[in-house]
Design a protein around this ligand. Structure first.
Ligand code: ZN
Length: 296
């Protein structure tokens, strides 16, 4: 009973603390803005590419869809005359890597976690909905350099720590800490305000807890989709993942099928505000899958 009461209290707290937001995430027109110092965000199709202008060169994180690569390059060129020398992919999903060839052709080198290159090299099947999530990519799209664990880039006056968090949104997720400006880009892990794409709930929550421990109340968190947020919002967002894990886990323990879990609407009180991107049904379906099969 105590646990149930705590869950109910947490749910009420999260629901009351959320900003008013109903229905689908609005389409954001292409634009570019400064987050802090020389750290910029270019927004195309609601997706945030983060670019850092160094002394005479640009480091770009996320190349968006292939169809948006030229527009992304134009946005950057509207801010700085310096060339994009380095591109980095936070993970292997198609909207993060589609412009790689375009920027390679323009002279950039590229970097990603080793699992990103491995995943991009062969067809990726999504077992939850049984479709080809990403076909094997041609060599000219693959990251040239890979790393595992952690690495540091010194770019102009900024130090950028790249840290891999295993088993969160994928097995390849890299988070970017722009230390001198106290800015963090969470890659595909965070879309706000939307439900998380969960590869492993425990890994995901562990990653967010570690990110919270590395940061402070003044840190600016850039999501893959949506506006810059604070620790308070990131904490609330993590708690929804925890709550869904508890609720769907309890239904699985009762022997419910995935159809019954989806029909029970386990995220109901959040759906008006959070269900506009990844649908509530998909959130429940993904959670059911990972809790019954392990990672997907
Ligand atoms: Zn993704």
């Amino acid at each position: 009973m105590k646990i149930i009461l705590q869950i109910a209290a947490t749910a009420a707290l999260i629901a009351s603390a959320l900003p008013a937001f109903a229905g689908e995430a609005p389409a954001v027109p292409p634009r570019t803005y400064v987050v802090s110092g020389n750290i910029h965000v270019a927004v195309l199709e609601n997706r945030n590419s983060v670019y850092l202008v160094g002394d005479n060169k640009v480091m770009l994180v996320e190349t968006n869809f292939e169809r948006n690569a030229a527009a992304l390059a134009n946005q950057i060129a509207s801010v700085t005359p310096f060339p994009v020398k380095l591109i980095v992919n936070s993970h292997w999903h198609g909207d993060h890597i589609g412009g790689n060839k375009f920027f390679h052709d323009a002279g950039a080198i590229s970097l990603a976690h080793v699992n990103t290159r491995i995943r991009m090299s062969v067809d990726q099947i999504n077992p939850v909905i049984n479709n080809v999530q990403l076909p094997a990519q041609k060599p000219e799209f693959l990251p040239m350099m890979t790393f595992d664990g952690k690495m540091t880039l010194n770019w102009g006056n900024e130090r950028v720590d790249l840290i891999h968090y295993p088993d969160a949104h994928t097995d390849s997720d890299v988070v970017f800490y722009y230390r001198n400006n106290n800015v963090v880009y969470l890659g595909g892990m965070l879309e706000y305000p939307q439900y998380a794409g969960v590869y492993s709930p425990d890994g995901f929550v562990d990653a967010i807890n570690k990110i919270l421990a590395e940061t402070n109340v003044n840190t600016k968190f850039i999501p893959w989709q949506g506006p810059v947020i604070s620790q308070t919002e990131l904490t609330q967002w993590r708690d929804i993942i925890l709550l869904m894990k508890t609720r769907v886990g309890a239904m699985i323990a009762q022997g419910k099928t995935v159809e019954e879990v989806v029909a029970a609407k386990p995220s109901a009180e959040f759906d008006a505000k959070w269900g506009g991107g990844r649908t509530p049904a998909r959130f429940a379906q993904d959670m059911y899958y990972v809790l019954t099969h392990g990672t997907r």
